[in-house]
Design a protein around this ligand. Sequence first.
Ligand SMILES: NC(=O)c1ccc[n+]([C@@H]2O[C@H](COP(=O)([O-])OP(=O)(O)OC[C@H]3O[C@@H](n4cnc5c(N)ncnc54)[C@H](OP(=O)(O)O)[C@@H]3O)[C@@H](O)[C@H]2O)c1
Length: 307
Amino acid sequence: MTELMRAAAFAEPGGPDVLKVMELPAPQAGPGQVRVRVRAAGVQPFDAAVRAGWLPPYLGEMGYPRIPGNEFAGVVDQVGEDVTGVAVGAEVLGFTALSSYAEYVVVPAANVTAKPAKVPWEVAGGLTAGVQTAELAIDGVGLAEGETLLVHGAAGSVGTAAVQIARRRGATVIGTAREANHDYLRALGAVPVVYGEGLADRVRALAPGGVDAALDGAGGHALEVSMELVRDRARIVTLVEHGRAAELGVRLVQGDRSAERLGRYAALYAKGAFAFPVRRTYRLEEAAQAHREIETGHGQGKIVITI
Ligand SMILES: NC(=O)c1ccc[n+]([C@@H]2O[C@H](COP(=O)([O-])OP(=O)(O)OC[C@H]3O[C@@H](n4cnc5c(N)ncnc54)[C@H](OP(=O)(O)O)[C@@H]3O)[C@@H](O)[C@H]2O)c1
């Protein structure tokens, strides 16, 4: 008999309400894979785009129903052949390409790392995208001690990680956000600034020595301002303007996600040396609400679904 699981999935693309809890076949771990009983799954803007019908080309053709979710934390409950170093019962966090808004997810064993006991489930479940994206982006633009990095969208999940990673490398960070998020940014170690008209002048006033590099987590005006302030376009990375990056000579995030990197930040969190605030958690049944919230495009920290 087919084993079933509960998942928040959609049978056709559309608005948040197409996300429903469905009973679907539970995946089984094959060679080199582990199956995880998911306890928490992070929510990304990416997931809302997938729900609306977009698929990144690397995923190829895919039928319905589709289960969104690239991030998860949970307990290993199956280990496939040829897997070493991960055992049934291990508490892990990891990454996938879709499928994590579900009771079970199957991934290559190399996509998980041990969850330190001091990292709560909801933090572990939403940690991947922010830290992987932020570190790859900062590695791409390069950042030396004493330099200044401008982070647009600094209060979001990638921004939260980027501010702290850059501070750990000895950089000064200017972070853009609505005024309501400025205390949050100060606590992370950034100098906050309001985005919108006049941003370039406000940043110049805060960085008389200039801005060395920029991470664009907002697109549009944020990217224009970055190009106005940063001399070398190769030191600008955009998370948003995928279609225009090559023509403008700015970077996209490049490189693979890694369990090693994820484990490093989980360990820092456990030591109290890295913050990753969860804005709000939703139950699986509330996945549509979680998507409505992520689609506002505003707010601080991470949205997580608990399962
Ligand atoms: N590999 C990749 O390229 C990659 C990976 C991950 C994410 N992304 C993309 O990166 C972006 C950020 O992702 P995320 O997960 O951090 O999203 P998020 O958690 O939803 O955060 C978005 C942040 O943007 C801020 N914001 C909204 N409008 C802004 C503006 N005009 N200027 C500056 N900040 C603004 C919001 O803060 P306020 O409340 O202050 O407005 C919010 O904190 C998304 O577009 C996502 O799709 C790309």
